[in-house]
Write a protein that binds this ligand. Sequence first.
Ligand SMILES: Nc1ncnc2c1ncn2[C@@H]1O[C@H](COP(=O)(O)OP(=O)(O)OP(=O)(O)O)[C@@H](O)[C@H]1O
Length: 328
Amino acid sequence: MLLADRLQKTFDDIHAVRSISLQLPPGRIMGLVGASGSGKSTLLSVLAGLLDADGGTVTLNGKRVPGPSEVLVAGHNDIRLVHQEYQLMPNISLRENIAYAVRFYEKEYQRFRVDELVKLCRLEAVQDHLPRQASGGEKQRTAIARAIAEKPAVLLLDEPFSHLDLLNRTLIRDLLFDLVRQEQTACLFVTHDATDALSIADEVGILQMGHLIQTGSPVAVYRRPVTAYAARMTGPANIIRAKRLSSLELPASHHPDACFCLRPEQIHLSETGVPATVTAVFFKGSHFEVEVDVNRYVRLRLLTTRAELKEGTTVHLHIGEEAVWWLK
Ligand SMILES: Nc1ncnc2c1ncn2[C@@H]1O[C@H](COP(=O)(O)OP(=O)(O)OP(=O)(O)O)[C@@H](O)[C@H]1O
């Protein structure tokens, strides 16, 4: 179990990590979602023992993970961090990059383990390419293969899905999923795009300006975000002031300036209900995302499979009272 207890990290006057505590048991995947500059990479480096914390501790299975100032070689044998830029050695092949991680083992085991990793990470066809001849997805899979070569207890990944197309994102997602289930690795990744975190993680955390403001299951955090930021970081959200409730035919609130969240899928088109005018339609494959104006103050996004809606069409909306989720 990886435990972080009230971690702090400051750069001059920037509080990159502010009193973050979290726990990551073996065989679990945690996804931390945060905007640029929210402290994601800094937190990963501290957790990996690659950056000294100013306060708090990291422990792995009850033993403190020392920071780089306390050891000769920074890092921890059982915790591996896959950087955003992969950090592969440029002049050797992808296979040799992976083999480097197991160079101290017997030749026969090296060959066996590298073959296994090449297969697991679907790198058979490109294993002899140099990094510069490989695609982003292939380099990402090589970096993961290298990181897991010695079966670490904890795998940390910095933006493992960014810059990758859908096919490669799915490959990486399935790879992590299998790894965690088969090896009981504890996996923590950070991302600014929640769609990946929601689909793969057992637990999601929301990072804002160095604070971990919410943690929970993907479903819980998506449905019950604590703030407008948490709502927006976890998917499309309509954030509306309480004083607009009556225009949506919803019961009024005593706190007119409070905000609530309505997820697009909770707004239904109906025969009767709140009239609204379609202002834009976005084709999303399985459905359409539609933007409507209820009046000059309330613009909503909703989802529908109805293909005939166009800009200017009048629609009627039904919103159940239970869809309203109050934000702090
Ligand atoms: N070595 C450093 N020296 C000074 N400030 C730093 C250093 N590293 C990070 N910071 C600052 O700490 C804050 C958090 O940075 P960090 O890289 O952890 O954020 P992030 O969420 O990973 O951002 P991004 O998604 O853009 O990579 C930022 O304000 C950043 O400018």
